[in-house]
Ligand binder design. Structure first.
Ligand code: FES
Ligand SMILES: [Fe+2]
Length: 346
């Protein structure tokens, strides 16, 4: 089951990891237990007791450690076995793996690969809670390979069809107008204008706006999207380039796409309104709208997964809109090949 190892994966939203309650996740094929230490910091261990393989996520948190709820072995935050009930000495070989973990921007991030390569500065910056602004979050479990979700996010021309009556709101420019692409380390930035479009139905917005959609995508599967509204005519005034003025409205939408196995994925998403002067309830309306829209994506992508399984040898073709997803797929494939070569000593 090939997945990139040396990367920060979104393991959970921070508020999913409650004090005193271990939580199990499967991240890129690796069972991981997450729990909070006494001081609130998150610990990530292999979700497998070294005795008889009971999952530690079914155990109990005790201070900074977690106890297996089968025969009671206790494991510390570094994976060392600290107690073996009824036995005075702990033989070697009972330690389990522990993983680098960071809590940032609302998410708990876990590094599955070489701990020496993990650095907090390599956690992608998504800006969801920039300036301490409030946000709303959600999760979806997909019966699909995570790269199909990456593909969906990297080709927003689908908005005109999949989200025809929800996000697109009659704007065919999502597919007609070309996007601008900029390659970055481990990802790509994409921006496009959708001029003269209807805004989302939130209070206090004009009837028509020029929309600037811009996102940054980082492999293996993290995306930060900004949807900014400008007065009509702005796109033309800047010759469809980068706007320099401040938008009248902006919505931040982040996505953490975490593979579980070859055909299942946990999708974490969040929304904030960094520029908006309307009522606070609009944030709940916004998360409701994107949650509904992501249900539309899920239906399409799971249908696609089933079809792909019936045509296992088919070659996927690319259109002009596939520029970003081709780069993302290529970066993932190159990184995987590199990691596999290093592991096999080639
Ligand atoms: S399986 Fe965990 S203590 Fe026996
Ligand atoms: Fe979509």
């Amino acid at each position: 089951m090939p997945f990139i190892k040396n990367a920060w994966y979104v393991a959970a939203w921070g508020d999913e990891i409650e004090n005193g309650a271990p939580a199990g996740r499967v991240i890129a094929g690796q069972p991981v237990v997450l729990y909070r230490r006494a001081d609130g910091a998150v610990v990530a261990l292999e979700d497998r007791c070294s005795h008889r393989c009971a999952p530690l996520s079914k155990g109990r948190v005790e201070g900074d450690a977690v106890r297996c709820w089968y025969h009671g072995l206790l494991f510390g935050q570094d994976g060392a076995c600290l107690e073996m009930p009824g036995q005075d000495t702990i033989p070697p070989g009972f330690e389990i793996r522990h993983y680098p973990v960071v809590e940032a921007e609302g998410w708990v991030w876990v590094w599955l690969g070489d701990p020496a390569l993990a650095g907090e500065n390599r956690v992608p910056s998504c800006k969801l809670d920039e300036g301490g602004i409030p946000y709303r979050s959600g999760c979806l479990d997909y019966a699909a390979h995570y790269e199909l979700i990456n593909d969906n996010l990297c080709d927003l021309s689908h908005v005109a069809y999949v989200h025809e009556t929800t996000l697109a709101r009659d704007a065919t420019d999502w597919v007609q107008r070309k996007a601008d692409y900029t390659n970055i380390d481990d990802g790509v930035e994409v921006a496009r204008w959708i001029p003269g479009s209807q805004p989302l139905p939130l209070p206090g917005l004009p009837e028509r706006v020029d929309i600037r959609s811009s996102y940054t995508f980082y492999i293996p599967g993290v995306m930060s999207l900004l949807i900014a509204y400008y007065p009509l005519g702005t796109a033309e005034a800047v010759n469809y380039g980068s706007p320099e003025s401040t938008p009248i409205f902006a919505l931040r939408n982040v996505h953490g796409i975490t593979p579980v196995d070859e055909r299942s994925t946990r999708y974490h998403f969040g929304v904030s309104l960094p520029i908006y002067s309307g009522p606070a309830e609009a944030l709940d309306m916004a998360i409701g709208m994107v949650t509904h829209a992501f249900g539309e994506d899920k239906q399409t992508i799971e249908d696609q997964q089933r079809t792909l399984e019936m045509f296992p040898d088919v070659v996927l073709r690319n259109t002009i809109h596939d520029t970003a997803l081709m780069r993302v797929r290529r970066l993932i494939s190159n990184k995987l090949k590199k990691e596999q070569a290093e592991t096999s000593g080639v």
